[in-house]
Unconditional design. Structure first.
Length: 346
């Protein structure tokens, strides 16, 4: 007599749903194909041809990241369509700061119970971020792990690889007197959300309440995806008109710009060079934040900074403009160390 034994599905893992997800997202992944892409989803690994991508003597550059507690807002509101763009941006925006062109991307999606429609929306967002970056989505992992996550919760991680020709890495040639070009952000991006959530909590507002500084709901406004700077940055790299690029993430302007400056050089930033976006005015006011804390926690309206020699200023602005970034002068490289501010944002 044969017993009716337990199945994997009885333990909470639905292999058929995982297979269905792969089939659903294949068209989205195919849309991200670029020169060098060699294989589709479903294999044990993914292949990429560097020569077909146009590289002669390449150096590979890798980056991995997540989107932090911004996920909590996406989960609580059910608005998961843009969180994949955030995931891609946090990786590929870092790669270009090394001087690399992002080539391909892989994602890791983990949840307690796979919800097919939700997962499809998330990964289609990842594919959109890849398409906007010229980066191929060539693989990933969907992990259904009962007992590891509360109902409805999930986690995301991203991994990207780029390449550059040997000897072209950034930063290089940064000198006193170079100009700081700011590229506007699209809001809070993907850093500082533990503080954002604390401020919202103390304000007494809910995610579905009207946004205090703009249209729509508060939750939707705070889920505005991270801006992608890849295509404009790659254009500037090809024109060889930037000395350094700094992605303004956790640590804000205060901590991130010094990461690309050589010893003995600092920066002076003119805080009157741009208008602080309304979301940061609201966060600062509602949280009673000092300006120094704002500048060290958030991007404050500047998602990336390019260091440019004065004679390359117009070329750099034109390169970023090809991807819709209206770069503005916000300071200079100085002798010394760290970031000094003049003027005020608040």
């Amino acid at each position: 007599m044969t017993k009716n034994g337990l199945t994997y599905a009885d333990a909470g893992v639905d292999i058929d749903a995982g297979n269905a997800l792969v089939e659903r997202i294949k068209p989205a992944a195919k849309r991200t194909a670029r020169p060098g892409t060699m294989s589709g989803l479903g294999g044990f690994g993914a292949l990429f041809d560097l020569k077909a991508a146009g590289f002669v003597d390449p150096v590979l550059v890798a980056a991995t990241d997540g989107v932090g507690t911004k996920l909590r807002i996406a989960i609580d509101t059910g608005n998961v369509d843009g969180i994949g763009i955030d995931l891609v941006a946090m990786c590929v925006n870092d790669l270009v700061c090394q001087g690399a062109e992002p080539l391909f991307f892989l994602d890791y999606f983990a949840t307690g119970k796979l919800e097919l429609d939700q997962a499809t929306r998330i990964i289609e967002g990842i594919a959109e971020g890849c398409a906007l970056s010229g980066c191929a989505l060539i693989g990933g992992e969907t992990a259904e792990m009962p007992g590891m996550y509360h109902a409805g919760d999930f986690d995301l991680a991203g991994f990207s690889v780029g390449a550059m020709e040997r000897g072209t890495e950034l930063p290089r040639g940064v000198a006193e007197g170079d100009v700081l070009l700011g590229l506007p952000s699209d809001g809070v991006h993907s850093n500082g959300y533990s503080l954002v959530r604390r401020i919202v909590e103390t304000s007494g507002l809910a995610w579905e309440d009207a946004c205090p500084w703009g249209e729509g709901t508060l939750g939707a406004a705070l889920l505005t995806p991270t801006k992608l700077y890849v295509k404009g940055a790659v254009a500037a790299l090809r024109e060889d008109c930037v000395q350094a690029l700094a992605h303004i993430t956790g640590g804000g302007l205060t901590e991130n710009l010094p990461r690309v400056l050589p010893e003995g050089l600092g920066a002076e930033i003119d805080l009157t060079a741009w208008e602080l976006p309304p979301v940061f005015k609201w966060l600062a006011s509602s949280g009673g934040m000092a300006e120094a804390e704002l500048l060290k926690t958030f991007n404050s309206g500047v998602g990336m900074i390019a260091v440019v020699s004065p004679d390359q200023l117009e070329a750099a602005k034109a390169a970023f403009a090809t991807d819709g970034h209206q770069a503005f002068e916000m300071g200079r490289i100085t002798a010394g160390a760290g970031v000094a501010y003049k003027g005020s944002l608040l």
